[in-house]
Design a protein around this ligand. Structure first.
Ligand SMILES: [Zn+2]
Length: 423
């Protein structure tokens, strides 16, 4: 069997956005990751695209019009005009979702890249699509949350549901994937699996007994974990057995994998003890099933490690081994003092997870109870939209509006263009 066809979506201006000096979310990490991917020459092994900026109509497929309009108009300069609605939309200086310069451009770009990836998967132009700028899993229908404004994941899953009867969402960020779970809590067409720190930790949701509602009962899968979890226990006690059972009973047509890197050891906000190899083993395991997969970023606040993680996971998805010595690149000094790709676990960190067997047993039982449920076997596949093939010569801004059916927007840059920097 040949290697998967991998598409990579990036936009050079996405990393230039700035949440503010004391804010832990640094879009600059995307530039670090991109330059590592370039330095390892991984871009030669995949199709590289500059994403289209998502339109307001595309975002309103999930978000309320009023909220999208608010995001499109608000700036640091007119903040006072909007003081009445800032609280309602959970944005501004009193929240963890600041209004910064170019906010709307930023959300358009990270969202557009996820939509482009979902569309390529739907059109079978690629087996795996990567958008490290996406994965903002906390955003709600009419509310920003946890550094997330637009939920690109929900929008990408909605796109995949046009073609696939069932879509699996997998979230290995240290935080619960609450926004995605909430959006699909009452449907059996999307299963969500989230492994996260639980208890006195943002966002506070993701209890093991939160299994979904109405038609979605059993289709929300939550593994609440404690600090210090290691590669071996994360993968072998939980991730692999639970994921395998999901594949058996749910049989998704497509997967969306959120690879939040704040579950790595040494993260500024996280508290797990996963290494780059352990984190990527989860990615590799998902890939092993050969189901069309959209791979997204997410959290990650020790930015040199975020870049290490996502560059390595790009190589894993490409099945192109890369060496542990970081090749010289524009941000080489970030990787001091060892200049190595891989992280080692923190030996001083205790693994506070002593109940993984009971969590695994409970989740496997939840999934077993779904087996034979008629809704799993009898889903009707909705007709695929007739779309126009992406054309290299077209510009990125043809949009026929609400349903986002015009897909003549993806522009394949020359590889040199990938080096374009705006600053
Ligand atoms: Zn996170």
């Amino acid at each position: 069997m040949g290697k998967d066809r991998v598409s990579y979506f990036y936009h050079p201006t996405t990393p230039l956005h700035y949440y503010g000096p004391s804010h832990p979310m640094k879009p600059h990490r995307l530039k670090l990751a991109h330059h590592l991917i370039l330095a390892y020459k991984l871009y030669t092994k995949m199709e590289c695209y500059r994403c289209h900026p998502a339109s307001a109509a595309e975002m309103a497929q999930f978000h309320s019009d009023e909220y999208v309009q608010f995001l499109s108009k608000i700036t640091p300069d007119n903040l006072r005009t909007y003081s009445g609605v800032l609280q309602k939309f959970n944005a501004g200086d009193t929240t963890d979702c600041p209004v910064f310069d170019g906010l709307y451009d930023f959300v358009q770009l990270y969202t557009g890249a996820s939509l482009d990836g979902a569309i390529q998967l739907n059109q079978q132009q690629a087996d795996i699509c990567i958008n490290w700028s996406g994965g903002l899993h906390h955003a709600k229908k009419s509310e920003a949350s946890g550094f997330c404004y637009i939920n690109d994941i929900v929008l990408a899953i909605l796109e995949l549901l046009k073609v696939h009867a069932r879509v699996l969402y997998v979230d290995i960020d240290v935080h619960h994937g609450d926004g995605v779970e909430e959006a699909f809590y009452t449907t059996d067409r999307v299963m969500t699996l989230s492994l996260h720190k639980y208890g006195d930790f943002f966002p506070g949701t993701g209890h093991i007994q939160d299994v979904g509602a109405k038609d979605g009962v059993g289709y929300s899968v939550n593994a609440p974990l404690q600090a210090g979890i290691t590669d071996d226990t994360y993968l072998n006690d939980l991730f692999i057995p639970v994921f395998d059972k999901i594949m058996e009973v749910f049989q998704p047509g497509a997967i969306v994998l959120q690879c939040g890197a704040d579950s790595l050891t040494g993260d500024r906000l996280g508290c797990f003890n996963l290494t780059t190899r352990g984190h990527a083993s989860a990615v590799k395991h998902v890939k092993g099933y050969g189901v069309p997969t959209l791979v997204l970023g997410g959290g990650g606040y020790t930015i040199r490690n975020v870049a290490r993680c996502w560059a390595y996971e790009t190589s894993v998805l490409l099945e192109e081994p890369i060496e542990n010595n970081i090749p010289f690149n524009d941000y080489y000094e970030y990787y001091a003092p060892d200049f190595e790709l891989h992280l080692k676990p923190d030996p001083s960190m205790a693994n506070a997870n002593d109940n993984l067997t009971s969590i695994r047993t409970e989740l496997l039982q939840q999934l077993q109870d779904l087996q034979g449920a008629p809704s799993v076997q009898m889903q009707q596949v909705p007709p695929a939209f007739r779309t126009t093939a992406a054309d290299d010569n077209d510009d990125m801004d043809e949009d026929e509006g609400a349903k986002g059916l015009s897909r003549k927007r993806m522009k394949k840059p020359h590889s040199a263009e990938l080096y374009d920097e705006v600053d």
